[in-house]
Design a protein around this ligand. Structure first.
Ligand code: WTA
Length: 635
């Protein structure tokens, strides 16, 4: 039996038990047998959740790109590493072999080096889903620079906040990007962002849409001529196991975004191991994850996990609906995709179109279907299972987070019996538990609790960049000696977990995490606004959508409310991005507050969800009278 590749349900239990009973021996064996190290570790694991401090494979030396690229050159040099499928179906796909990837990453690494980027420097990557995105990520890792990819849907303000937070020295971007029928002016957004980013010394620009853009002399350079002139080999920087690999920002319930910092060895081992098992990847398979590399799913399961296994991974530039809703299925047929990993919001949007598009394509290559990003509702699960998988492909509902680096709770296909809406069982090495508000572990079934993890796993984030205290306060203070996820969950009689949703002020809209506080801060910037509260409400396609309760300075505000709504959404788009726009806006006379002045969001959530039969006790409110009027005027 190989612990690296689990093939039966009994095997899952055996390996799981091993991984819990002796985690050190377990992870040591996985690390030793399946990766290439410049030097092995002195210590497999040291940890203290009270600090918190966690180190995996301390003392080891490696470079993750040697594991993701170089070691495959001998046997898989001509195998396709990345298939790039462009936005426009008439543009040919690009197949990049491991050899070619090696050369392109090395050339890019030389460019970074020539521009003065050194080990430990931060490089911000703001690119569309084109090969340069994966290549620049790997080039940073090759020279030991810390990449910070920012999703290309974020606004210039959001981009500059992230650049400032990590003091990036360089930005890698493109003249623009194609997304469905739209083009996005990425370089213009970067130019705006860089007005307040003095640490950025250079900007490298990939050409994608051939637009006429401004190039700032002395700062901006086209990437292609630099790459053409650079040498095709680059000796990988030797990194320590715990050297930072990347920073990726995620929304918190309050304050600015949190720069989750991931380190090298543990992240590599865990993403590779989960990829192999959760997708049951076999040598000649073609795997496709539809996420954007701007999110953790893209980092771990488009780039690092697949490439560490020598897999063929598809990168798609566009959206599911362009040029029509058959696009995903056309890609599955064209590249004979075997494993398909997407988000419930995409499944719901596709399901809404019926099965007409699906029927035009041959989906018989599919073996495993994945879901990630938010709870998958029963209807979407069945549609996916019946129509995409034709009841033959197990669905892996994978629960995890930016903070966890890799998949934490998931079925193992062909092993774990699936159950709609349940992410099922912990992955190997993961020790979840549910806690009640008294700080006790819940042992009963079907009781909602707060999902925590009791023991470290290799790919956990090590800190929030520049703010270790916030890391501790957010994740390690709610319950002693545990990592608190921020999610609620229940467990059934066989031990399967069902994630019930966030228990904090983070709202997941179309699979994207949005903190309410930054959206409210943006709204409050509008001159007509006194204060605001944003809550989520259920939405057919997006899972949740945003409802803003907004109090205006002058109740008799003379301007047309429709205009004001649009203006407020414009302010949100400027500060965060279009993904954070409000679906519903209600102008209120005031917001329900506790005596200590805190907005009672519980009541607003109920009103937004039209669940107003029982609003709970409002007698303790400072201003109970506003509730009736808010309820009567709900939109
Ligand atoms: C939610 C994405 C239910 C959850 C990898 C988590 C899920 C947050 C699932 C992290 C799932 C993710 N079922 N909920 N299968 N997967 N979530 O950081 O609330 O973008 O805390 O990482 O998404 O989102 P993030």
């Amino acid at each position: 039996m190989s612990n690296y590749h689990i093939k039966h349900f009994e095997e899952y239990f055996q390996v799981y038990r091993k991984s819990i009973n002796d985690p050190i021996a377990f992870w040591e064996e996985i690390a030793e047998e399946h990766f290439s190290w410049r030097k092995t570790w002195d210590n497999v694991l040291s940890w203290d959740f009270s600090k918190p401090e966690v180190k995996w494979f301390d003392g080891a030396q490696l470079n993750i790109t040697e594991n993701c690229i170089d070691r495959h050159l001998r046997n898989r040099g001509d195998k396709t590493a990345i298939i790039f499928e462009p936005n426009d179906p008439s543009e040919p796909a690009e197949h990049i072999t491991y050899k070619q990837l090696h050369e392109r990453v090395c050339k890019f690494a030389n460019v970074l080096h020539d521009k003065g980027i050194k080990k430990g420097d931060r490089v911000c990557i703001y690119l569309p889903m084109i090969p340069e995105l994966a290549i620049s990520v790997l080039a940073c890792a090759r020279i030991g620079a810390i990449h910070s990819v920012v999703f290309a849907g974020f606004s210039s303000t959001a981009l500059s906040t992230r650049i400032q937070d990590c003091d990036a020295k360089m930005v890698i971007t493109a003249d623009g990007g194609f997304r469905g029928a739209k083009t996005i002016d990425l370089k213009g957004i970067v130019d705006d962002a860089l007005r307040d980013c003095p640490t950025v010394k250079s900007v490298l620009v990939a050409k994608r849409i051939n637009s006429n853009i401004h190039m700032e002399p002395g700062r901006d350079e086209w990437l292609k001529p630099l790459l053409d002139d650079s040498y095709k080999d680059y000796t990988a920087e030797v990194m320590d196991a715990e050297d930072p690999l990347f920073i990726l920002y995620t929304s918190g319930s309050t304050g600015k975004p949190k720069g989750m910092m991931h380190t090298t060895a543990g992240y590599m081992v865990y993403t590779a191991y989960t990829f192999k098992n959760v997708f049951q990847y076999r040598e000649d398979d073609v795997y496709w994850c539809t996420a954007d590399i701007g999110w953790i799913t893209g980092h771990s399961y488009i780039i690092y996990g697949p490439l560490a296994n020598g897999a063929t991974t598809v990168m798609y530039e566009g959206v599911p609906s362009h040029p029509n809703y058959g696009r995903f299925w056309e890609i599955v047929q064209k590249h004979k995709v075997n494993q398909f990993y997407t988000a419930p919001t995409a499944i719901r949007a596709l399901a809404k179109q019926g099965t007409e598009h699906l029927e035009k394509y041959d989906l018989s290559s599919l073996k495993v279907l994945g879901s990630v990003g938010e709870p998958i509702n029963e209807e979407a699960w069945h549609w996916y299972n019946d129509n995409v998988g034709r009841k033959k492909c197990p669905i892996v509902d994978t629960w995890w987070q930016t903070e966890t680096g890799g998949i934490m709770i998931t079925p193992i296909p062909f092993s774990t019996p699936t159950k709609p809406t349940y992410a099922t069982l912990p992955f190997i090495g993961i020790q979840p538990t549910l806690m009640n508000d008294e700080g006790e572990e819940i042992t009963d079934n079907q009781v909602n609790g707060k999902l925590c993890i009791k023991f470290p796993w290799p790919s956990m984030a090590r800190t929030i960049w520049g703010d270790h205290k916030r890391y501790k306060d957010t994740y390690f203070s709610a319950f002693e000696n545990m990592y608190f996820t921020g999610d609620g969950a229940i467990r059934d009689e066989v031990g399967y977990y069902r994630i019930t949703g966030r228990v904090d002020d983070v709202i997941i809209v179309s699979g994207h995490n949005l903190g309410t506080a930054p959206i409210e801060d943006a709204i409050n910037e509008h001159p007509a606004v006194v204060e605001s509260a944003v809550v989520g409400f259920p939405h057919d396609i997006k899972g949740n959508a945003l409802y803003g309760f907004i109090t205006l300075k002058e109740t008799g505000e003379t301007r047309d409310h429709e205009n004001l709504r649009n203006e407020i959404n414009m302010v949100i788009t400027e500060h965060i991005g279009a993904i954070a726009k409000l679906d519903k806006v209600q102008f209120t006379e005031g917001l329900p507050k506790t005596r200590s002045g805190k907005i009672m969001r519980r009541i607003l959530r109920k009103i937004a969800s039209k669940d107003t039969d029982n609003l709970g006790d409002i007698s303790t409110l400072l201003n109970p009278e506003v509730v009736a009027s808010i309820k009567d005027n709900a939109v």
